[in-house]
Design a protein around this ligand. Sequence first.
Ligand code: NAP
Length: 248
Amino acid sequence: MGKVLLVTGGSRGIGAAACILAAQKGWDVAVNYSTNAQAAEGVVRQIEAAGGRAIAVQADVANEDQVLAMFQKVRSELGPLQGLVNNAGVVDVSARLDEMSMARWRRMFDINVLGSMLCAREAILQMSTKHGGQGGSIVNLSSAASRLGSPGQYLDYAAAKGAIDSFTLGLAKEVAAEGIRVNAIRPGLIDTEIHASGGLPNRVKDLEHLVPAKRGGSAMEVAQAIVWLLSEDASYTTMSLVDVSGGR
Ligand code: NAP
């Protein structure tokens, strides 16, 4: 049996690529999803077909009861965690700040920020040597938006990812002596369905001229960095914010 990894939002996009690549590297993978069970089962089947071990597990990361039940299920079916990828995240439609509602901001921060903090808390309770664990690695998905600010589009999303950067820096220091490394990836324009969910299905093509590399990235290119940060090859890397953005 491999080391146990939970990927939130592992059913589609970057999360799905991370699940598939991590399984190839020997991790036993819990594939979290919120609503799309079919997509999560598809990732599990793909991992199993390649000889890996995986389960699908539902939880809205912004719902504490569902998150607690998810961590319990993963522990009882796969064993104690040694890896967490806080990948579940959402955008919203383009708007200026003076057009946005409190309800939109609450959803943005509940899922993107509080969901990541909640899952990290539960992971630390299993991983930390202070709590009898064997240590581990946490990778948070931030965004290039935390640097760029996303004016006129979704600066609430950018601000939420800025919070993820700060959270990563602080948590990395807090648990470094307990065997846990904490890092973040800041992807740039990556070709997934997230852009269509924000009403801009062609966003990658439309903006790729702004990327020094002159193209969008793939989910697997981000997954490569995630799985490296999870691995022992990154054993002295903690508190890093890794830009996977083609230079943007
Ligand atoms: P995506 O294709 O839209 O996939 C999102 C995933 O998150 C799905 O598996 C979805 O599951 C899950 N999810 C959404 N809300 C959830 C919730 N409340 N609880 C649990 N799971 C939830 O997104 P992506 O492009 O792969 O993005 C992944 C991460 O990378 C996000 O944090 C995003 O902000 C970040 N990122 C992406 C880009 C990019 O260009 N794509 C750039 C920078 C940063 P369901 O289908 O079940 O809802």
